[in-house]
Design a protein around this ligand. Sequence first.
Ligand code: TRP
Length: 364
Amino acid sequence: MLTPVPPPPAPAASKPRILTGDTPTSTGLHLGHYVGSLENRLALQDSYDCYFLIANVHAFTTLAEKPDDIRANTIGIVKDWLAVGLDPDRSTFVLQSEIPAIAELTFLFAMLLPFNKVMRNPTLKTEIESKGLGDHYSFGFPMYAVGQCADILAFRPELVPVGEDQEAHIEMCRDVALKFNQVYAGVGNRVVPEEHVKAGGVFPIPRAKIGRIARLPGLDGVNKMSKSLNNAIFLYDDEKAVQKKINKVTVLPDPATGMVSQDHVLLKLCDAFLPKERAEAIRAEYASGKDVMHGHVKAELGAAINTLLAPMRERRAKLDGEQGDAIVQDVIRRGVCRANAVAEETLYAAKKAMKLDFGKRTVG
Ligand code: TRP
């Protein structure tokens, strides 16, 4: 039996908020996800009131005919977050489909964005190409960019920790918030973004926070680390698999200089996963032109990565056990409750500013 968990204490009002999220379109977190965003989230959990959103409605914008996959990936993401160390007692996990205020704000915000501007959004364009959507994507697909503005603004965060690829969306979200405050809350055109709330705006103007390493190279040394390119170390690869993958990285001198390039993937991985001084010392050795024992470097790197991953593997294995799905259900239920309290408050403030307030409602 699962012991009932008491609801977490209400987050301290004094902490500034952050919101970020993932779309459950696939499974398989790897080290690129870790240094690009998860690590950032872990570090922010103490000093911020954190909201982590699972964008399961957005998953339907490209996978409308695969509801089973979306459900499985949704549960998988919650397990991944718990395994990595995101803590539902300190942070709020938000399941998008259970937050009606997000859907309502999406519609209202859609009127503040020029259609052509949405269609020119570079993140959408890249996705249309990389996912091979051609010209047959659904109406809902570009809508998700507007939806993402609502995901964020429903929680009125200061910061949005995301990967580089999401910057265009955060820019659009800032545009919507500025426009809303100016049109409906009487904030003057010359008020700087940081002063909007003080000037009576409903929404703070959020900023993106990009991860420590925006682009971790994959083991092929050419492309970004990615599941589909088969060049990734996954967070749940076992110890042997991790070391084996690292051992396979080829380290050849650059024909032009006769030395191993300082841009080599092995050195970039050392930067990412070894203490700074060690990574610098290894770089210096390679730069000196000496014959470096690649095997030793690879063993040190593999050990460091395995130390980082060990507790995650352990927690993940527990969640894959019998009780796992019930734990996930409970985390979702508690998160939805907390998230709706905040999002409903935001929606009501927005409706009031738009002269759409005809009485408060309760969302249970
Ligand atoms: N679009 C984001 C991605 O694919 C996921 C996402 C949805 C998100 N809503 C968000 C990220 C709000 C940050 C804030 O990675």
